[in-house]
Write a protein that binds this ligand. Structure first.
Ligand SMILES: Cc1cc2nc3c(=O)[nH]c(=O)nc-3n(C[C@H](O)[C@H](O)[C@H](O)COP(=O)(O)OP(=O)(O)OC[C@H]3O[C@@H](n4cnc5c(N)ncnc54)[C@H](O)[C@@H]3O)c2cc1C
Length: 335
């Protein structure tokens, strides 16, 4: 177990905040995690992070312990003619897992290529891109209960997965730490090329492989999204709002080209479009800016503090609400 005092989290958050944690603990096994949790006093603030790619540390000092998983490994659980089930350590970098399965011809994760972060968070966040979500391949989520230190294994159906949401973000928030996730992948892949017109990138008679899909998605993402190593950010800052049919119909009268997608409980409108209409795209406030190529992303233009980012986010939320009567909710988690 690695234990550090007054530890800089600069390399552990893609927004590039210079927060220092009073204590940083990195464990390499389930047993080490249980041992650490047993030793903690009940009033100590303990927060588990992954790669810090969806977080905004709001204070320069975190007065507590930041936990990080170094549980690695990809293990075959079972396989048959059709599929293979892999149990993966929460500390494995998500995109390394995707590269691993794509290289072996196992399908299901390829559309989620290049999403930053680690395997543990994929099961908390239900990460998604290009028409696929982690829930489509997650089999089980292996956890430790923070209250009694016991192991609990969740089935996919126990996790209440929805758009960027799970039971771990709602009724069981901060109660379980993910140690491993198992994913079931197809040995005879069914490609999902409908979203964003991925298929248009390939010739009519071309044989489309998992690797080609992965490479194409990596190319698009590199063009569209800022590289956190160059420009700090946490991906989409806001969730895409879901509105009532009545509100959508009234907006459509004024904005004929408003894009929309059907959602379970209403109509989803891309937050990027709403922000673009307010004129905030590419604009900055203090040391934070709305990214010029994708207005859903807020960026640290250099040495920004969390307050710069929050002021900008508030200004964008205000502008969208004033124009459309829709209140955007941050997807980024404030710590
Ligand atoms: C450039 C960029 C592009 C992005 N694109 C996408 C995208 O296309 N789709 C998408 O869905 N997301 C995207 N994201 C957001 C981000 O990559 C995901 O939310 C990712 O799952 C976060 O993983 P992480 O390991 O960095 O988790 P963190 O940001 O460190 O943590 C996120 C949450 O998970 C919890 N957590 C992390 N690990 C564990 C664990 N082991 N046990 C319990 N809780 C845990 C944390 O407490 C926190 O609540 C993007 C981010 C960036 C910077």
């Amino acid at each position: 177990m690695r234990i550090e005092q007054d530890f800089s989290l600069l390399k552990y958050n893609t927004f590039g905040m210079k927060t220092v944690a009073r204590r940083f603990v990195e464990y390499s096994s389930t047993a080490e995690l249980q041992q650490f949790l047993r030793s903690c006093s009940t009033d100590e603030q303990v927060f588990q992070i992954g790669g810090g790619s969806n977080l905004l540390f709001i204070h320069p000092l975190f007065e507590g312990t930041i936990l990080h998983s170094a549980i690695k490994g990809i293990e075959v659980m079972d396989e048959d003619e059709e599929s293979i089930c892999l149990k993966v350590g929460a500390g494995v970098v998500w995109d390394e897992f995707v590269a691993h399965v794509v290289a072996r011809g196992w399908g299901g994760a390829e559309n989620l290529s290049l999403i930053p972060g680690e395997v543990g968070a994929s099961a908390i966040q239900n990460i998604g891109a290009y028409g696929v979500e982690a829930k489509d391949i997650i089999s089980n989520v292996y956890t430790i209960d923070r209250n009694n230190y016991s192991v609990r294994v969740f089935e996919n159906s126990d996790c209440n997965y929805g758009y960027r949401s799970s039971i771990f973000k709602n009724s069981l928030k901060d109660q379980y730490i993910v140690t491993h996730v198992s994913y079931r992948l197809r040995k005879h892949p069914k490609l999902n090329l409908s979203y964003g017109n991925i298929s248009a990138a390939f010739g009519e008679d071309e044989e489309i492989t998992l690797q080609k899909v992965r490479d194409h998605i990596i190319r698009i993402r590199e063009q569209k999204l800022p590289d956190p190593k160059v420009l700090g950010n946490a991906g989409s800052y806001f969730m895409n709002p879901v509105v009532s049919t009545a509100l959508f119909e009234s907006l459509k009268r004024d904005y004929h080209d408003i894009p929309s997608y059907p959602a379970e409980d209403g109509i989803k409108i891309p937050a990027a479009w709403l922000i673009q209409q307010t004129g905030w795209k590419g604009k900055s406030l203090g040391k934070a800016a709305v990214y010029e190529k994708q207005p859903l992303v807020l960026v640290n233009t250099g040495d920004a503090e969390a307050i710069d980012v929050i002021h900008l986010a508030d200004a964008v939320i205000f502008a969208v609400e004033e124009k459309f009567s829709i209140r955007l909710k941050p997807e980024v988690i404030y710590v």
